[in-house]
Design a protein around this ligand. Structure first.
Ligand code: ZN
Ligand code: ZN
Length: 291
């Protein structure tokens, strides 16, 4: 379902993102969707347990009894690497990235909820790689992890999310990755539009207080501001004077296209660049008259 939504939304940005990027992403997302495992078992957690875990910033996926299957992971990695090679990487580069053969079962123990560990494992086995090759390898590993994380997260959410009121966390309550986009929903009745955080690593959204910095928790209205260009009120940058943190955001009240957070995460990066050129974010961040 979300694949259809994502592809339709992607098509709207052909001009902005470019034909070749849209073509590649459509292929990648379709491939990831095809490989999504269906045999994950999730035993429901009590509300109390979810409360405890999320407040302690412990990703729910750390409670999964299943972990990623090594054979399935290596197969998914190879398929995704083949696509990157076909469309983006040189064959010389991708030859360097091949062999995940040396990866063992235990290397994937925490891969569902710990990016750092799995990357360390992969790099330690490919220590000869230069920095460029490492960034490319990181990209392929993340694209592979998403296959499993999104599939598992969707099951957890189906069983356990309900109307659960998550605490304000910058990291994803399901997989522990950092939020990459803030979504301000359309206002409903007397509600001014609730804000969600979005994690593209497992395709999860959770509530986050609207007037509050995502990084340091600052909630003083005068120290927080949304910036946008006059011709596009939907795509925004949220800036905090206290920690100088900035985060991409989208305000759905002003958004008229088909919405996919996965697509808007990419678009918001390009828009943020425009907003930086146009708006006076630097001035706001360095203005000492605002206390
Ligand atoms: Zn996540
Ligand atoms: Zn802040």
């Amino acid at each position: 379902m979300s694949l259809v939504r994502d592809l339709e939304a992607l098509g709207q940005y052909q001009e902005l993102l470019g034909d070749s990027q849209c073509h590649f992403l459509a292929k990648l997302w379709t491939l990831q969707d095809e490989m999504a495992p269906t045999d994950f078992r999730w035993e429901p957690l009590s509300k109390h347990e979810i409360y405890r875990l999320t407040r302690a910033n412990t990703p729910l996926l750390s409670k999964a009894k299943d972990k990623i299957d090594l054979i399935a992971f290596v197969e998914a990695f190879n398929n995704i690497l083949a696509l990157y090679t076909e469309e983006i990487f040189s064959s010389e580069l991708s030859a360097k990235l091949q062999a995940l053969d040396s990866l063992g079962e235990h290397d994937l123990d925490q891969a569902l909820f710990d990016d750092v560990k799995i990357l360390e494992r992969v790099f330690s086995k490919q220590a000869f790689l230069d920095d460029d090759a490492k960034s490319c390898l990181t990209l392929v590993v993340y694209s592979t992890l998403r296959v499993f994380r999104a599939a598992y997260a969707s099951q957890i959410k189906e069983i356990d999310f309900g109307e659960y009121d998550f605490p304000d966390t910058h990291t994803c309550p399901v997989c522990g990755a950092e939020a990459s986009l803030s979504i301000i929903n359309r206002p409903i009745a007397f509600n001014g539009g609730l804000r969600n955080h979005y994690c593209s690593s497992c395709d999860t959204q959770w509530h986050y207080t609207r007037i509050k910095c995502a990084f340091c928790g600052e909630s003083g209205q005068e120290r927080l501001r949304y910036f946008y260009t006059p011709d596009d009120e939907a795509h925004r940058v949220h800036a905090c004077k206290s920690c100088k943190g900035i985060m991409a955001a989208i305000n759905l009240k002003f958004f008229t296209l088909k919405f996919s957070p996965r697509v808007e995460e990419l678009v918001s990066l390009l828009k943020a660049r425009e907003i930086f050129q146009d708006a006076s974010i630097d001035k706001f961040l360095s203005d000492s008259s605002i206390k």
